[in-house]
Design a protein around this ligand. Structure first.
Ligand code: CUA
Length: 141
């Protein structure tokens, strides 16, 4: 009788361990998916003393607002971009930036505007008939 109870206990423990592990890994997978962030959003600005230029950008069919972003040379720029409708992209090739923008999910991009000039940015994810029109300019003065 005692042996039988022990066997039952072992079976119950094994079952709990198995399902516990299963649920843990399932959650782990979900977590790693939802916490996905492009490399560009890892903060490269360690020095809190230095000023960061924060700019909020809205992406929507079929424009960026603002479409012209002006910054000073060598300014540390933090763009907070959010799509308010469908999936868009934000590409600024001269600064090696290209990310997807899921609806209503703010993404942060940081870079140093280390060169003067006018640099085009544009939507890099096909978002409908006006996709090609969805562009803007970064002006570094
Ligand atoms: Cu927005 Cu393509």
């Amino acid at each position: 009788m005692r042996e039988k109870t022990t066997i039952y206990l072992v079976i119950i423990l094994l079952t709990l361990t198995f399902f516990g592990g299963f649920i843990y890994f399932k959650n782990k997978n979900l977590k790693s998916e939802s916490s996905y962030q492009p490399k560009k959003t890892q903060s490269s600005f360690n020095n809190q003393q230095e000023k960061i230029r924060e700019i909020t950008v809205v992406a929507k069919q079929w424009a960026f607002e603002p479409s012209v972003i002006k910054v000073k040379q060598n300014e540390k720029v933090q763009l907070r971009i959010k799509s308010v409708d469908v999936v868009h992209g934000f590409a600024l090739p001269d600064f090696n930036i290209n990310i997807d923008l899921n609806p209503n999910q703010e993404k942060t991009i940081e870079f140093v505007a280390d060169k003067k000039g006018k640099f085009n940015f544009f939507c890099s994810f096909f978002c409908g008939q006006g996709h090609q029109e969805m562009r803007g300019m970064l002006v570094v003065e």
